[in-house]
Design a protein around this ligand. Structure first.
Ligand code: NAP
Length: 511
């Protein structure tokens, strides 16, 4: 069986000690093993701070962008192999696997182009020059420059390809070296990507730890950054980690999210916007078996339309074929791990105590092996007071319909009831309704997706995080921000206010 190695301090090393086994979640067959310890993290941090930081720092944005373009090209060259790994180790359908792998390449390409646009410079001006003295000679200017630390990336199990690439793209472009740590259970895709990427990058720019984090974070110091995606319980331990607290290490958290979708009162289900709404709900329930941080968990429907929406979802979900995604005709795979399956089953049971069944029962699937849960829809007449719906994220193919009177203020308050989300969506062609909704919901969401007849034909759906738009959300979602074009670089750069001779400031920014 393959023994996965970590890439630390410039070489591949398997580590030592006890082992964890990576499985195929459809068959429960063992795919690979990884040692759970035995790495010299002090040396890895020194390698990043020394070789990695120095070499990246000498490159301009345009040169770093060219590196990112070469990484995207490497993914394209090994695409079939990476898709096969995602299907085997992640339980992905081919479509799910493309979403992860192609999404990673697309994000790298986007940041490669941004690098080319930023050009042959090392710093980025922030805003216009400001007159701070009595005359225009005494000026002020804000500027972003590369942080002189190490970026540690800790990723969740659900996007081993895209998760690596979206964090890596912004970090390398900003000029910081990276130590990447994927979730152990689905690390095969990340591991292969780093095998492809490492020879294309300067020494120390990218290191990989497979297996548990162990004492990795104990080595953090001033100027370092931790970008974490995962569960809120782990996030809580990171927020109080002694090294993060002691050195004021920047910590970005992408955690749980109770994303909502709201059907506006003006939308007929048979219309293009109604079709978009139904397609988005079904896609988010079934794509990646609902294991998307951006997936729709809560659906608000005008009370008089509940039965129609329930019927339409039943009809569409009846066509979903759950099984081993390596087999023809399967449209939804298993959950990624036995733990995820058990957590999702527990979540459905909790939800069942406060809601009524619409589709899928408890998610039981007739499969002898594998971590399968079928699509489940529940409903409630009291969505605002339904605690299991608004307080627990079920990370699987489960959604709940809630009846509402149709007013936009209620819809916005329902988004807020999730206490902070990555994304929520509203479907309406009524601009006044949309305006009221956005004003009330925006403070509780990192992104708002506004479905309407003008954009329906070209919509990627709310579940797709785009490199040009922010990914992250307040409150329960962790309070973090990633991507968003050039905004994504800011986590890895320091903003400094310069004040002095206006002409000197101008020359420092290369103008
Ligand atoms: P997790 O258990 O929090 O693990 C996430 C990552 O953190 C993994 O790489 C994990 O490594 C690592 N980790 C665990 N304990 C750590 C520690 N003490 N120090 C440093 N790293 C540590 O989350 P998960 O199992 O991957 O996903 C569970 C939940 O995350 C989901 O149910 C969902 O709620 C949430 N999630 C959110 C997003 C988002 O973007 N907002 C995306 C995906 C998932 P090991 O695998 O080696 O334990």
């Amino acid at each position: 069986m393959q023994l996965l190695a970590s890439y630390l301090s410039g070489s591949w090393s398997a580590g030592s000690g006890s082992k964890a086994t990576l499985l195929n979640p459809s068959t429960e067959a063992a795919l690979a093993e990884v040692h759970t310890g035995g790495h010299d993290f002090a040396a890895a941090f020194a390698h990043a701070r020394g070789a990695g930081g120095t070499e990246l720092g000498q490159l301009t944005f345009a040169q770093r962008g060219a590196l990112l373009a070469s990484l995207a090209k490497a993914i394209h060259g090994a695409r079939e192999e990476l898709l096969a790994l995602a299907i085997a180790n992640g339980g992905n359908t081919r479509g799910d696997a493309k979403f992860d792998i192609d999404g990673g390449a697309l994000t790298l390409s986007y940041y490669a182009e941004l690098g080319a646009r930023l050009g042959n410079t090392h710093v980025i001006g922030d805003g216009e020059p400001i007159q701070v003295g009595r005359t225009a000679r005494m000026g002020g200017q804000h500027m972003w420059s590369r942080r002189r630390g190490v970026a540690v990336h800790i990723n969740a199990f659900n996007f081993p390809g895209w998760g690596l690439c979206e964090k890596l793209a912004a970090t390398l472009l900003a000029g910081m070296p990276v130590i990447a740590k994927p979730a152990t259970a689905t690390a095969l895709v990340t591991h292969r990507m780093v095998e492809l990427f490492a020879p294309l990058l300067p020494a120390g720019a990218l290191q990989l730890l497979v297996g548990p984090a162990g004492a990795l974070l104990d080595h953090l110091g001033p100027g370092d950054v931790v970008a974490f995606t995962g569960g809120s319980a782990t996030a809580r331990t990171l927020r109080t980690h002694p090294a993060i607290v002691a050195h004021a290490v920047r910590l970005n958290i992408e955690a749980d999210s109770l994303n909502a979708a709201i059907l506006g009162p003006d939308v007929e289900l048979s219309s293009e916007v109604g079709g978009l709404f139904l397609a988005d709900v079904v896609r988010d329930m079934t794509q990646k078996t609902g294991q998307k941080c951006t997936a729709i968990r809560r659906v608000l429907v005008p009370g008089d339309r509940m039965a129609d929406v329930a019927d339409a979802l039943r009809e569409r979900l009846a066509r979903i074929h759950v099984g081993d995604p390596s087999q023809d005709g399967v449209t939804m795979g298993p959950l990624a791990t036995a733990q995820q399956r058990d957590d999702v089953r527990a979540g459905i049971a909790r939800l069942a105590e406060a809601t009524e069944a619409i589709h899928g029962g408890t998610g039981e699937v007739d499969q002898a092996r594998g971590f399968f849960v079928g699509p489940v829809v529940r409903a409630t007449a009291s969505p605002m007071t339904c605690a299991p719906l608004n307080e627990h994220e079920i990370f699987g193919p489960v959604t709940t319909l809630g009846a509402y009177p149709g007013d936009a203020a209620f819809a916005a308050a329902f988004v807020a009831r999730g206490e902070g989300c990555l994304v929520s969506s509203a479907y309406s062609d009524d601009r006044d309704w949309v305006g009221t909704f956005v004003a009330g919901a925006a403070p509780w969401a990192g992104r708002l997706y506004l479905g309407s007849s003008k954009m329906a034909a070209q919509s990627p759906g709310p579940g797709t995080a785009l490199p040009s738009l922010l990914h992250g959300g307040p409150g329960r979602a962790g309070g973090g921000e990633e991507l968003g074009g050039a905004r994504g670089l800011q986590l890895y750069m320091q903003r400094t206010a310069l004040e002095g001779d206006a002409s000197v400031l101008k020359s420092l920014l290369g103008e």
